[in-house]
Write a protein that binds this ligand. Structure first.
Ligand SMILES: [Zn+2]
Length: 282
């Protein structure tokens, strides 16, 4: 197994041989940055936690060099920051019992460059080695360029596979912009009632980001709670935590389908929902 970047990081928490570790994967997440996976993919992480027949693998595409830093980390240079973020991502993989954790180590600019094929090729190799049933990445209405770039690389990598090797489902998850705005029929939901303390622990290992000035831990747990309560205006809460995803599966079932047009259909349905309510009561 060779990645384009010699410095890519590969970690198997339980020490199984690399390709064996990957082969057991059933749920695969592909994110832009260290900590995005734990923010957006808590659903599959807890679904696989301690299950003999379900395994979660995380893939982070970028190198973490551009991370915001403050407090005890404020004097870290880019390379020190990169090493720290790799260490934190390994900690999360250990806490969450992941099958494996990969960091492809690309600068953000490569991920945002539509012409760069190397991340697509690395992801394609990992998809062939893992053959996951379910894949999770950023949603396509996210407001961080690198997140949308990473999602587009993930879609391109899946589309490069023969149809019978593609995953059954592709989910676009919440980080920089939640998906509460989507009409309910478009929402894929993950029940995050279970393992609340584990979810908090997975977010808490990223101390460089949290102590560095952003309370992603509180914000992410708060978003899950808010989603659970605000999901249905009528009826009592059926969960204490929930996250949403955009169903990106149609984009991998039909590799020729226009990606921007697909996102815009979601925005159009939101606009129509607001308009229809006004027409009823306005
Ligand atoms: Zn991110």
């Amino acid at each position: 197994m060779r990645f384009h970047m010699d410095t890519a990081d590969f970690f198997v928490p339980d020490g199984l041989q690399d390709e064996e570790a990957l082969k057991r994967t059933t749920h695969l997440a592909i994110s832009a940055h260290q900590d995005d996976i734990e923010i957006m993919a808590a659903g599959p992480i807890i679904e696989c936690f301690q299950q003999p027949d379900k395994w979660f693998t995380g893939v982070v595409v970028t190198d973490g060099r551009g991370s915001v830093r403050d407090g005890m980390y404020k004097d870290f240079d880019d390379e020190e920051m990169r090493r720290l973020r790799f260490k934190e991502q390994r900690k999360a993989a250990y806490v969450g019992d992941y099958a494996a954790q990969v960091i492809l180590d690309y600068p953000s600019r490569v991920v945002k460059d539509a012409a760069s094929r190397q991340p697509v090729e690395d992801l394609g190799m990992l998809l062939r080695l893992t053959r996951p049933q379910f894949v999770y990445t950023h949603n396509l209405a996210d407001k961080h360029d690198t997140h949308v770039g990473a999602a587009l690389k993930a879609i391109a990598a899946i589309r490069s596979l023969p149809a019978e090797q593609r995953p059954q489902k592709l989910y676009g998850c919440e980080v920089w912009r939640d998906l509460d705005w989507m009409v309910d029929d478009d929402k894929m939901t993950f029940d995050l009632t279970a393992h609340e303390a584990l979810q908090a622990a997975l977010l808490g290992v990223f101390d460089s980001q949290i102590a560095g000035g952003k309370r992603y831990d509180l914000a992410s747990m708060g978003r899950r709670r808010a989603n659970a309560t605000y999901f249905a205006p009528l009826g009592v809460d059926s969960t204490t935590g929930m996250s949403y995803a955009m169903d990106l599966t149609p984009l991998i079932l039909d590799p020729t389908r226009d990606i921007l047009g697909y996102v815009q259909e979601h925005i159009r349905r939101f606009a129509e929902d607001v308009t229809a309510r006004f027409k009823r009561v306005g």
